[in-house]
Design a protein around this ligand. Sequence first.
Ligand code: AMP
Length: 196
Amino acid sequence: MREKLGFVHYSTGDVFRDHIKRKTTVGLEVQEYVTAGKLVPDEVVLEVANAFVSEHTGNVVVFDGFPRTIPQAEGLDRVLEAHERKVDMTVLIDLADDDVVKRLTARRQCRKCKAIFNLEFSPPAREGVCDECAGELYQRDDDKEAVIRDRLRVYHDQTEPLIEYYQDRFRLERIQGEIGRDRVFEEIRKLVEDRG
Ligand code: AMP
């Protein structure tokens, strides 16, 4: 959860990977799902996310990879409402499935600082070594092609319906994923800055 340019970045995936690494109760509960690229049950996701929201009521938060199902979106709305907050905006990063596979199979992440590199689009200066903290770069188990294809199936089945959910209730912005990671990040930063 790095505080970047005035907002807190909250990635449920990073949080789960951290729990798995530390072998916490949550980590042991979610390990099997995360490794297989399956969705962690909504109750577990919401328990972890609700605790986070309750601790960050004063922050601007960009949720990354959450919510991923309609019950999660409803749960998020409920906890935000309890804190007199609401979703300001949702951002859809649009990318064709084959491009998703191409990007994810080339993705490498730093074990230490979680920085993300891509062997094709943004390779590290030294192979296997993080440019930011010299930590070790690794490929996530769920970034292997067969698992990615499963994750895409889960996405179309359970996460895609959220487009309609958010389109109907809140502001939904679309960013074309082909512009690349850095420009996508820049677009999100601008949207957060100019929200209102
Ligand atoms: P990510 O880093 O966002 O790709 O998430 C990696 C994995 O963590 C996913 O494939 C799921 O197993 C689990 N995960 C992360 N966020 C969620 C979520 N909102 N709902 C269910 N499972 C999740």
